[in-house]
Design a binder for this molecule. Sequence first.
Ligand SMILES: [Zn+2]
Ligand SMILES: [Zn+2]
Length: 72
Amino acid sequence: MCSYTTHVHVCTNCDGEDTVLISEQLCPVAKASGIFGSCFQGVLSQRDATAYRCWQCREMAQHGVELGSMTS
Ligand SMILES: [Zn+2]
Ligand SMILES: [Zn+2]
């Protein structure tokens, strides 16, 4: 059975998700023809989540630092 893995980044701050990559793994049957899913055994989908800080939250954190440094 062929499978694909959806690699997502999940923000540790706001739980926002960002799909970064979808990788396909061909099983030996499909590999013979070189076409994903050509084994007709169905496709298994997997999820690979990585914790990160999204740009909105990074931006907010940066502005917080800037504002803090301005008032001090
Ligand atoms: Zn397959
Ligand atoms: Zn976020």
